[in-house]
Design a binder for this molecule. Structure first.
Ligand code: AMP
Ligand code: MG
Length: 279
């Protein structure tokens, strides 16, 4: 199955989240049956990330957005289980600090983008500035409505500089969110995740959907596509995302860099060291 075709938001197309089934799991019957495939994607990712790091000429940026309890943290844990911590970073965007608010909205984001050879995952992102900021009217419409274009230009700049960009919206149903909230209440291990605003934000679900739909429509481009990932089933979410990431990295045509040293010279030094050690 080509999840990139299936879940990609086509540039310029309308998005109706209500028409996308968050419980979709494709032809897969269960986590157990999908497990070998998931493992295969993770192994491919590990190999490709090694090449990306060794090559140090390109980079990968993965943007994760979702409503509360949408599964961003779980996705990050899963994706990184297939990568070497060397050369990877995750950054979580919280409410902006006064210093950040004193700058344009992309200032703090640009500073966190991946350098050559790196994989960076954004847990929330510059998209909060057309989502939470819009829903809570933190700035005027005339300000946030310009941001779609500003975001597109920003992402184009990153892409032209060698960054491959993937953006995932983790699509869950309100029922699944409430079930996850219940688990947080019941399970002492999960209680730390409960936030004061969970239920007040939940009441704004329709406003968030509207804001997400517009963001997905206006900022899905060939260079920085959005994918709407059915995420009620965590294992399917992990399967789809790891496949899209691995397939995309494969297309980056990553190769080991050529050796920069004179190998005959290095071999000579090695044998000299070997002889010295034997003495
Ligand atoms: P969490 O991801 O649960 O740790 O929460 C981080 C909080 O920061 C969320 O409520 C976000 O909506 C909020 N946040 C992130 N970026 C922004 C932003 N640019 N403006 C306002 N709030 C933000
Ligand atoms: Mg939260």
């Amino acid at each position: 199955m080509d999840y990139r075709k299936e879940f990609r938001v086509e540039p310029g197309k309308k998005v109706h989240l209500g028409r996308i089934d968050p419980g979709y799991t494709g032809k897969h019957e269960s986590h157990e049956k999908a497990q070998p495939e998931i493992r295969e994607h993770l192994e491919r990712m590990a190999e490709l990330q090694y090449l990306l790091y060794a090559n140090a000429s390109r980079s990968l940026l993965v943007v994760l957005q979702a409503l509360d309890a949408g599964g961003k943290d779980g996705t990050i844990r899963h994706l990184f289980s297939g990568m070497n911590p060397q050369g990877t970073r995750v950054f979580s965007f919280k409410q902006p600090t006064p210093d950040e608010l004193a700058h344009d909205f992309l200032w703090r984001v640009h500073a966190r983008t991946p350098g050559k050879g790196e994989v960076v995952i954004f847990n929330r992102s510059h998209y909060e500035d057309v989502l939470v900021v819009r829903v809570h009217k933190l700035v005027k419409k005339s300000v946030w409505s310009n941001r779609y274009e500003e975001i597109e230009h920003f992402e184009e700049l990153l892409a032209q500089n060698g960054t491959t960009i993937l953006k995932f919206y983790l699509h869950i149903s309100p029922e699944e969110q409430l079930a996850r909230f219940a688990r947080r209440l019941d399970d002492p291990e999960r209680r730390w995740k409960i936030s004061e605003s969970d239920y007040s934000e939940r009441e704004l679900w329709p406003e968030y959907v509207e804001a997400y739909e517009e963001a997905l429509e206006k900022t899905s481009t060939d260079q920085a596509p959005w994918y709407v990932i059915p995420s009620n089933a965590k294992w399917f979410r992990d399967l789809a995302i790891s496949k899209i990431v691995a397939d995309t990295m494969e297309e980056m045509r990553l190769r080991l860099p050529p050796t920069r040293v004179d190998l005959d010279e290095i071999r000579r030094k090695y044998h000299a060291a070997k002889r010295a050690q034997a003495r």
